[in-house]
Design a protein. Structure first.
Lengths: 432, 189
């Protein structure tokens, strides 16, 4: 039977010859990731169900990355970090990236690849909906809740329904003003916030072939915003080079059979795509930047698993170099590696970080920060009626804090251009 | 365990109710295994829903009365894509702690659906009708989980619900752990 990448990975992990959409299968898990918001609840269920003295199924396959509520005085949030520490110590888990330590990383979905935990052909579950980011590496990766994660911790297995695959083909050379974020906002806008529910979104085409791993991560990161179960890119030399540089573990690449069956095929030529935003209050509320240009803003935010990677800041710096921001602009590197890189990389002899400082931006510490609001003292949190343009992933009511605020989602280029003007602005103005 | 009959008042919401509306992220810090502290999840359940959309068709109806942590409502009615957004299991847990036993919606986001079933927190039923435009907040409902029907006693109408399908066995067992024990996948405690 002809299969897609996702079907092949699931069949292999279910120890079956084939897997077709709709099949319910129990699969073996290669990596389970959790963080400070969902780890404590997961560990509680694990102990309740498997006993106080229970041990995790495989210490080497559990990765714990605190990232959500780190730089806050909230006492409950601080306590959750303590719960992670106690569990790691008790279970002797090697892959823990503790707060206030040199190992601290920041946003889990960016830290996982940096640390070599995203490998082609594997199955990764995480207690966070944006775990789908890792599909960029040609693996099956998706978000689960605490109960499912506790089940995996004890057994190393979980049931999944095999998803049908929707293929998104992007062809053409990316125009200078466009980023992967524009492509995924265009795709979500085309199919809606439930357009891929229960399905795989697979990205291919000549545009994707030419993309860096970070850009492919941006695409797969937001499949959950269309309801997708997982996103996936076909592994290639770019994938293998990235992964090989970060892990010595063996992995197996899977590819689509030529006659594999798809739920649907959606084709885009990138020359037809304009810089795109999602207007309040839904990620599928798509508009071309040109349609909303001039909308007055109070704040700009560049960060998160979606838009806080090295290439996102390189892009923002291209626009912000030699400029001053007209509104409060918050810069939050996803991880300590990203922070280090933008402190070292230069544009015309000035470090990227210095470009941001010179432009008048406020710089935060690596974490999820205000992407999901968080405790009221969170850096960059919207606490009033602000209108914000952001490189993050969701703009539901109250997502970044106050339910009275409004969030426009956009690419780092568009956010940086808008920060300079104080109103929604197309990056094309800076490149033409 | 899934009850045969779930009855009580309806609380009606619209389309695309995301998990930040069900339980805002600032409240994800309370301990779930602390019997007192977990009440906070009930207290703040559905507190992120914009006031005008809270309790349709009129809106402006609080799901939880000031100073309490349990709701007078038992069944939530929603539109399409209920529970979209984050993977936080705190979402179905909050509804459960507040006293919600079932949700009836046109469709679900998959992680919310899965969490509801595998944790045995609320029974997620699907309807092919636009019930959120028909049922009014406060209507007295009777959900027969075996017959798959939803009776609206206030309006004198009965609606057929979609079959639960593959997940019915897990829901009837009371969650994925009970199901795995019943089917011999993991050892009985």
């Amino acid at each position: 039977m002809a299969m897609t990448i996702t079907e092949k990975i699931l069949a292999k992990h279910a120890n079956r010859k084939e897997a077709k959409p709709g099949d319910n299968v129990w699969i073996d898990v290669d990596v389970l990731m959790t963080h400070d918001v969902c780890g404590p609840g997961t560990f509680g269920i694990f102990k309740k169900e498997f006993g106080a003295g229970a041990k995790v199924w495989d210490r080497d396959k559990v990765v714990i990355i605190p990232d959500h509520y780190i730089f806050t005085a909230d006492k409950h949030a601080r306590r959750n970090i303590e719960i992670l520490r106690d569990f790691v110590k008790e279970q002797e888990l090697p892959h823990y990236y503790d707060v206030d330590s040199p190992r601290y990383k920041g946003v889990c979905h960016v830290a996982l690849p940096e640390e070599g935990f995203t490998r082609p052909g594997e199955v990764l579950f995480g207690t966070d909906s944006h775990t789908c980011t890792a599909g960029a590496f040609g693996e099956f990766a998706t978000g689960i809740g605490n109960t499912d994660a506790a089940f995996v911790l004890g057994t190393g297995k979980l049931w999944v329904k095999v998803p049908a695959t929707m293929k998104f083909v992007f062809d053409g050379v990316m125009p200078k003003y466009l980023m992967a974020k524009d492509l995924i906002l265009a795709a979500i806008g085309a199919i809606g916030v439930d357009g891929a529910t229960y399905r795989t979104m697979e990205f291919s085409g000549t545009t994707i072939d030419a993309m860096t791993m970070e850009d492919r991560m941006t695409l797969c990161n937001m499949v959950i915003e269309a309801g997708g179960k997982n996103g996936v890119c076909v592994p290639d030399a770019t994938t293998i080079e990235y992964v090989r540089a970060r892990t010595s573990k063996e992995f197996e690449c899977f590819y689509n059979d030529d006659d594999a069956a798809y739920h649907s095929v959606h084709r885009f030529n990138v020359k037809d795509i304009e810089p795109t935003v999602a207007k309040p209050h839904s990620p599928d509320n798509k508009a071309r930047v040109s349609e909303v240009a001039g909308t007055k803003l109070d704040r700009a935010y560049i960060g998160s698993c979606t838009g806080g990677k090295i290439s996102d800041f390189v892009a923002a710096a291209e626009i912000l170099r030699g400029q001053k921001v007209a509104i409060d602009t918050f810069i939050v590197p996803a991880t300590t590696d990203v922070e280090r890189a933008i402190n070292e990389m230069t544009v015309d002899g000035t470090t990227i970080m210095q470009v941001f400082r010179d432009a008048g931006c406020r710089i935060g510490e690596p974490s999820c920060a205000a992407c999901l609001g968080g405790p009221t003292d969170t850096f960059g949190r919207l606490n009033g009626v602000e209108v914000c343009i952001s490189t993050t992933n969701r703009n539901f009511p109250g997502r970044m804090g106050s339910p009275k605020s409004q969030v426009y989602l956009a690419s780092p280029y568009t956010v940086a251009a808008s920060a300079v003007k104080g109103v929604i602005t197309s990056p094309r103005e800076f490149f033409e | 365990m899934l009850k045969h009959i779930i009855s009580g008042k309806a609380f009606v919401l619209g389309n695309d109710i995301d998990t930040d509306q069900i339980i805002p992220a600032a409240h994800l810090v309370y301990k779930l295994d602390d019997p007192e502290e977990r009440k906070n999840y009930g207290r703040f359940a559905l507190s992120g829903v914009p006031v005008a959309q809270s309790g349709l068709p009129d809106g402006g109806i609080p799901f939880i009365d000031e100073g309490t942590w349990q709701s007078q409502y038992v069944i939530v009615i929603g539109g399409k894509n209920f529970g979209c957004g984050s993977s936080r299991e705190h979402a179905p847990v909050s509804l459960n702690i507040a006293g919600i036993e079932a949700v009836v919606a046109e469709s679900y986001a998959r992680i919310f659906y899965r969490n509801s079933v595998d944790g045995g927190f609320v029974a997620p039923f699907e309807t092919s009708e636009h019930l959120y435009q028909e049922i009014r907040t406060g209507d007295e409902l009777v959900l027969d989980t075996q017959a798959g029907t939803l009776e609206n006693k206030t309006q004198g109408k009965t609606h057929a619900l979609m079959p639960l399908g593959d997940i019915e066995a897990i829901l009837r067992a009371g969650g994925v752990f009970n199901y795995a024990r019943e089917t011999g996948m993991i050892e009985t405690k």
